[in-house]
Design a binder for this molecule. Structure first.
Ligand code: FES
Length: 157
């Protein structure tokens, strides 16, 4: 994944565009591969795709915003999804959210300035028996306390 926008490199995009050159209706695979290469769909890259393929940026954005799999903003290295559904809420999820916000400087629904973490608030992860629950990079953490969650996150490296 590209870590710094000032070093945005179009080489991965070149390869993708070559692979799909001349193929009509390849918007989705082009965007999927682009996101795999960059971690999200940077505006500059969408503009370059548009220039090279003749597909208007508005159409690329239309597809990118329609499908939940696409991201237009750069995400942190670790994705924290904290549940604030009813079961988790009554067992203290809001304290977990607040603590992560304060101690790791990640706004709820946003990304830390150093791009280490992105925190999403979700409403039921289907593991209410383990409340409060968070899923971090696809791993489930249950029966959280604010401190145990922060410790887990700090240990991710
Ligand atoms: S309410 Fe949190 S897992 Fe169901």
């Amino acid at each position: 994944m590209i870590e710094d926008l000032s070093t945005l490199d179009f080489a991965p995009l070149e390869q993708i565009l070559e692979e799909y050159a001349g193929q009509k209706g390849a918007i989705i695979p082009i965007l999927q591969h682009t996101q795999e290469a960059y971690g999200y769909l940077p505006k500059e890259v969408l503009q370059e795709i548009s220039k090279r393929t003749g597909i208007p940026v508005s159409k690329l954005l239309g597809v990118a915003t329609f499908y939940a799999q696409f991201r237009l903003n750069r995400r942190g290295k670790h994705l924290i999804r904290i549940c604030d559904g009813t079961a988790c809420h009554v067992r203290g999820s809001s304290k977990c959210i607040e603590t992560v916000e304060k101690q790791l400087n990640v706004p709820a629904g946003g990304t830390s300035e150093d791009y280490e973490y992105t925190m999403e608030i979700v409403y039921c992860l289907g593991s209410c028996g383990l409340a409060p629950v968070a899923v971090v990079d696809d791993k489930v953490y249950g029966r959280l306390t604010p401190n145990s969650l922060v410790e887990q996150l700090e240990g991710l490296g």
